[in-house]
Design a protein around this ligand. Structure first.
Ligand SMILES: NC(=O)C1=CN([C@@H]2O[C@H](COP(=O)(O)OP(=O)(O)OC[C@H]3O[C@@H](n4cnc5c(N)ncnc54)[C@H](O)[C@@H]3O)[C@@H](O)[C@H]2O)[C@H](O)CC1
Ligand SMILES: [K+]
Length: 215
């Protein structure tokens, strides 16, 4: 079985790749988005109406980049944004700017989420730090109530990537594209149930330098 890592390891490996190796954060985000996009196409989801549900952390930035990859292929995609965009991470603010350039529609109507054929879950990844409440919980409940296929980025939102526990409420995904390595929480019974099929994406982040084998 391939390696699975904790939240602290994921954060440490990301920071090492960005700060010491020198691969810019936006490059990692673009690779995360491309990997998610490729899995989305390979898994043969119904892409008639795609909605990316994104928050303002870097998990949201991954999702907004996926929206752009879909839009430039003429796929009907919109973004349901949760949280205050002025407080988004630098990378996610940049992805929002790019999304506006490509005129990707933003919606604040949960019915658009409910009527989607495929939903991309880009609300929380390894940065989830407390119980999900309010608008975030309402969006996750709507995602889980639809017949739409759901594809999670990195971690199904609401799942603690260490313990696999549901923090309040969590997305039940059909598949999850997780970055660099699987996460230990996604190997638990609850984590597996929420993640669906897990694809591990090589985004250029590794556990050690001078990599001979990434398995
Ligand atoms: N670091 C990188 O360059 C890469 C990251 N990738 C993706 O980014 C996420 C991790 O991003 P991060 O910004 O650290 O965290 P999240 O997006 O998961 O969310 C953090 C954000 O949300 C707030 N928050 C936490 N819990 C709650 C809650 N219950 N309710 C409301 N808000 C909450 C928190 O305060 C932060 O503001 C990782 O999973 C990847 O998807 C890349 O893939 C590329 C490299
Ligand atoms: K997610």
């Amino acid at each position: 079985m391939s390696k699975a890592i904790t939240i602290a390891q994921a954060q440490r490996y990301d920071a090492h790749t960005i700060d010491t190796v020198g691969i810019p954060s936006m490059v990692l985000m673009e690779r995360a988005a491309l990997a998610t996009f490729n899995n989305l196409l390979n898994d043969d989801y119904d892409l008639n109406r795609v909605v990316v549900v994104a928050a303002t952390g870097n998990n949201g930035g991954d999702g907004i980049a996926v929206a752009r990859l879909l839009k430039i292929r003429n796929i009907d995609v919109s973004i349901y944004l949760l949280g205050n965009p002025d407080k988004a991470t630098e990378q996610t603010q940049q992805q929002l700017k790019i999304a506006r350039y490509y005129q990707i529609p933003f919606t604040s109507d949960l019915n658009d989420v409910i009527n989607a054929t495929t939903i991309i879950d880009a609300i929380f990844g390894v940065g989830l730090s407390r119980d999900v409440t309010g608008d975030f919980a309402a969006a996750i409940n709507a995602i889980n109530a639809t017949d739409a296929s759901t594809v999670a980025i990195d971690v199904p939102s609401g799942i603690n990537a260490d313990s696999g526990a549901t923090l309040g409420v969590a997305v039940v995904a059909d598949s999850t594209t997780t970055m660099a390595y699987n996460k230990v929480g996604l190997l638990t019974v609850n984590g597996k149930h929420h993640a669906g099929t897990v694809h591990v994406a090589d985004i250029g982040v590794y556990a050690q330098d001078h990599v001979e084998s990434i398995k």
